[in-house]
Design a protein around this ligand. Structure first.
Ligand code: ISE
Length: 332
């Protein structure tokens, strides 16, 4: 039978997932839509035959016509919604961050472990991007030798005015945290943040861009330039430096090189939907297939928790200017 999905939060990401579940992904359909903005929920539900609005997210999770839940609400809403899904033993795809503080994320890890099976997939879509998959293969095959460093660039054209340094860490850098764990196969041990000069596009007192420096448990170094108000486009690049060579991804996306007026040029993807659209769909299909089989196996609550733990240290590193050690509980 088709997987009947409730989608909580239909902003840019949630609305894209509703479209994906309704058209590009097989084996699922959206039955319930929820958003704190009622008109937004109505508008999205109206675009899907058979979907209805449920004003209360917890009622949406409890609805009889819901087999699985996709959470794309703002980060602070995740904790309660994920726990309600666990209580009903429903498969859930939760957008990053899993939660916005380390204790709630760890409680979720423990609650899921007590159930004895994986129900949560966390929305780290880069693991489903063909270029990141290729990088991981290069690491596993040993072609580049022992990986020594990772250099990441993460730039957004723009973000909402409220997007402060803490959100830059928890909502944006969280992706590089997962990429580093995914590619290197180990935990991150320390975080340091260098602020530098800020763009005039940022509100007074905001630190944008920042350079984040991670050190892994084995001592590998990962750098991440996070710059969310470039006014240029969406640029996500990663270079892996190994003992035998290096590899870079994210240089060109859907690029058409044009020549006119004695100049050549191309376009940069404007945002994450254009850059990672295919990865989001693959992520979603993977989750739907797994939920129908009854065994969720994508990036899970532990990956979500580890990322929250590193981001927590990152937020402290922004505040103190110190190199901060990541504190993590034991994996159940
Ligand atoms: C957003 O929430 C994302 O997840 C994007 O991938 C990231 O590039 C952006 O900075 C975040 O705000």
């Amino acid at each position: 039978a088709e997987l009947r999905v409730a989608v909580l939060g239909v902003g840019v990401m949630g609305a894209f997932h509703v479209e994906g579940l309704s058209s590009r992904v097989r084996g699922a359909r959206v039955t319930v839509v929820n958003d704190y903005a009622a008109d937004r929920a109505e508008q999205v539900a109206a675009s899907v035959p058979g979907a209805r609005v449920e004003a209360d997210p917890l009622a949406a999770i409890d609805a009889p016509d819901v087999d699985a839940v996709l959470i794309a609400s703002p980060g602070p809403a995740h904790d309660e919604q994920v726990r309600a899904c666990l209580a009903r033993q429903l498969p859930v795809l939760c957008e990053k961050p899993l939660t916005t503080d380390i204790d709630s994320a760890y409680r979720i890890v423990q609650a899921e472990a007590e159930l004895g099976r994986q129900l949560i997939q966390v929305g780290f879509m880069r693991r489903f991007d063909s270029e990141y998959v290729r990088l991981r293969q290069l690491v596993v095959s040993g072609e580049l030798g022992n990986p020594l460093m990772l250099h990441c660039t993460h730039r957004n054209a723009g973000v909402p005015a409220t997007f402060d340094s803490e959100m830059m860490i928890r909502d944006s850098v969280v992706h590089e945290v997962d990429v580093a764990r995914f590619l290197l196969g180990e935990e991150i041990a320390t975080v340091q943040v260098i602020k530098g000069a800020a763009t005039r596009r940022a509100p007074e007192g905001f630190n944008d861009p920042m350079l984040v420096i991670f050190e892994t448990e084995s001592g590998r170094v990962v750098t991440d330039e996070i710059f969310v108000r470039t006014g240029v486009g969406y640029e996500v690049r990663t270079e892996l430096v190994g003992e035998l060579g290096s590899a870079t991804i994210g240089l060109d996306h859907n690029v058409v090189r044009t020549g006119a007026d004695g100049r050549w040029g191309g376009e940069i993807t404007p945002g994450f939907i254009e850059r990672f659209g295919a990865a989001y769909d693959r992520e979603l299909q993977h989750w739907v297939n797994a939920a129908r089989r009854g065994t969720i196996d994508g990036p899970g609550s532990w990956d979500g928790y580890a990322a929250v733990a590193v981001c927590e240290a990152g937020v402290e590193a922004v505040r103190t200017g110190e190199r901060v050690t990541v504190t993590m509980g034991r994996r159940p």
